[in-house]
Design a protein around this ligand. Structure first.
Ligand SMILES: NC(=O)c1ccc[n+]([C@@H]2O[C@H](COP(=O)([O-])OP(=O)(O)OC[C@H]3O[C@@H](n4cnc5c(N)ncnc54)[C@H](OP(=O)(O)O)[C@@H]3O)[C@@H](O)[C@H]2O)c1
Length: 388
């Protein structure tokens, strides 16, 4: 795994893999347990523009008082969520310890700086897993220390870095976090041979997709999908109304987009990127302020992003339907032999690896940390016994 430079040599005191049941040096058993709880809470949030973050506040006896987590861009950070819960419950956090999976932020974004909220709540100790890669030199830890808060870091660092591995990679590469969406049949078709594709998915899958459209910053399709499907690419509620938050609609490809294409809409939130280079698309979108992109299709665009290794999260809506022919979900990924296959891990975060949505399965994956060369080689005898 390639870590951002600022994580290569920071003060990580704990070097082992996820530490459930293990007490890290320099941290109490209660802090270690709280970090496990914070990591589990973090995984409940949605992947995207922001990292998955959890926070637990414990008192002097080590009793957990509140657990907060971040529910996605535009919502309170985990620390603010925990502090708000304490306030609602009438709990005084003076003299307590906050255990959090990422360094508290120091900036005034959409939700206010967490370092200030922690100081104002009277919390006197902060234990966090890893530095905030956005501003390591002047991050929240420095602000907390300047205010007299005792700050330690490194507990749960390995697990926290792994949880947000691809988010850290995207931040370091100055590109949006990329979610790739495929709505396909059991035999991996995204359209029938006559081009029809609406709808392969169940109503529940479509609703899930539209909820995601309401959270992302931009949605991307290829010119062919615009010409064939004439999609609107808006986020809509199940009753067809426009959702409050709409993504930027982006189209990549060299052919012009017809003036009367539905994707143009009337709000000006559309961008035609006359290129076939996924990295160039990401650069352009990043410069336009996009931090979470969903790549919706079709086949050539999905394949181009996958072949370039630029997909951080994969969501597959799998319909129990067969077409036999038609447009395959994916084309050439530049893989000629099994040893070069792309491997993916089931992603248990953000709702789980497998969900049932109506008649469909929703599969949730992220790029594997291991490669095929890590798998145990099979002997000739295995192969001879039955290669299939
Ligand atoms: N089920 C689903 O979830 C879903 C979602 C979307 C689409 N679809 C279906 O997918 C089908 C369209 O898929 P498709 O693969 O034919 O078209 P596509 O991926 O939508 O668009 C392909 C076009 O994009 C341009 N392009 C941009 N970057 C490219 C690259 N790196 N490599 C190759 N071409 C690139 C090329 O056109 P230029 O000549 O303009 O450069 C190319 O012809 C439609 O039938 C649609 O209904 C299904």
């Amino acid at each position: 795994m390639s870590l951002p430079a600022q994580h290569a040599g920071h003060d990580v005191e704990e070097q082992q893999a996820p530490h459930q049941g293990f007490q890290a040096a320099g941290f109490s058993a209660a802090e270690t347990a709280a970090m496990d709880t914070a990591l589990a809470a973090a995984a409940r949030g949605p992947r995207g523009a922001n990292p998955l973050v959890g926070a637990v506040v414990i008192d002097a006896d080590g009793t957990a008082l509140v657990t907060g987590y971040h529910r996605g861009a535009g919502t309170p950070h985990a620390e603010a969520d925990a502090i708000a819960q304490a306030r609602e419950a009438g709990l005084d956090l003076a003299g307590t310890t906050m255990v959090v999976t990422l360094e508290p932020c120091n900036h005034c974004g959409r939700t206010g700086p967490c370092a200030r909220a922690i100081i104002d709540a009277g919390i006197t100790d902060v234990v966090y897993a890893v530095d905030d890669p956005h501003d390591p030199a002047a991050g929240g830890a420095a602000t907390l220390r300047a205010a007299g808060v005792r700050v330690r870091s490194g507990l749960g660092a390995v697990a926290s870095l792994d949880l947000n591995r691809r988010w850290f990679d995207a931040v370091a590469a100055r590109r949006p976090f990329v979610t790739l969406h495929i709505a396909q049949t059991l035999d991996s078709r995204i359209a029938a041979s006559d081009g029809t594709s609406q709808w392969i998915s169940s109503a529940e899958s479509l609703a899930d997709n539209h909820a995601l459209r309401g959270r992302i910053d931009a949605i991307l399709v290829g010119t062919q999908t615009v010409l064939v499907d004439n999609p609107r690419l808006t986020a809509r509620t199940p009753d067809g109304a426009h959702a409050e938050r709409q993504p930027l609609r982006a189209v990549m490809g060299l052919r012009p987009i017809p003036e009367d294409a539905a994707v143009n809409g009337t709000d000006g939130k559309v961008l035609h990127l006359p290129t076939r280079d996924p990295r160039e698309v990401l650069d352009r979108l990043f410069d336009a302020g996009v931090r979470h992109l969903m790549v919706e299709g079709g086949s050539k665009i999905l394949s181009a992003f996958l072949a370039a290794g630029l997909v951080d999260e994969l969501i597959v809506y799998l319909a129990p339907t067969l077409l036999g022919s038609g447009t395959a979900a994916l084309g050439d990924l530049g893989i000629g032999t099994l040893a070069d296959a792309q491997h993916w891990d089931w992603d248990e975060a953000s709702g789980g690896a497998v969900q049932t949505l109506g008649r469909d399965l929703r599969l949730h994956l992220r790029p594997a940390t291991t490669t095929s060369s890590d798998s145990t080689p099979r002997s000739d005898a295995d192969t001879a016994a039955g290669g299939n």
